[in-house]
Ligand binder design. Structure first.
Ligand code: ZN
Length: 130
């Protein structure tokens, strides 16, 4: 199942920012998922709950935001969001288009119960980036 590997990836990313989580430390994780990534929200939530059930992340809520599919037309350069995966430019009807977004998976935010811990998690990420 595709969702189990996505759930494992989210689990791994949370541990990057919160290396040694204690029970009731991480309240929620906000993730953005492109509509073309073939991830079912319910299935991902189920997998994440299953993976975390025997860990200190048990009970952590997954907030899933679905991102629209964005395309760019190779003919007229129109950038547009499309609801259905019909791969034609809504501006000129051309089908030579580039899919710009819609397949991504991002962890946007990790919310902790303790506000101070949230700050320190963000700080340690900043240090890593320097
Ligand atoms: Zn076009």
């Amino acid at each position: 199942m595709h969702e189990i590997s996505v759930a494992q990836e989210i689990f791994r990313i949370v541990h990057q920012y919160v290396p040694d989580p204690k029970p009731n430390t991480v309240k929620s994780v906000k993730v953005s998922i492109g509509k073309l990534s073939n991830v079912l929200k319910d299935s991902l939530t189920f997998c994440f709950d299953a993976i975390t059930s025997d860990t200190p992340l048990k009970g952590t809520r997954l907030d899933i935001i679905e991102l629209p599919v964005k395309i760019q037309c190779a003919s007229c350069n129109e950038v547009a969001e499309i609801d259905e995966p019909v791969f034609v430019c809504p501006n000129c009807g051309e089908n030579q288009i580039i899919v710009i977004s819609g397949t991504e998976l991002k962890v946007d935010e990790i919310e902790l119960f303790d506000e101070n811990q949230f700050v320190s998690a963000l700080q340690s990420r900043d240090r890593e980036e320097q």
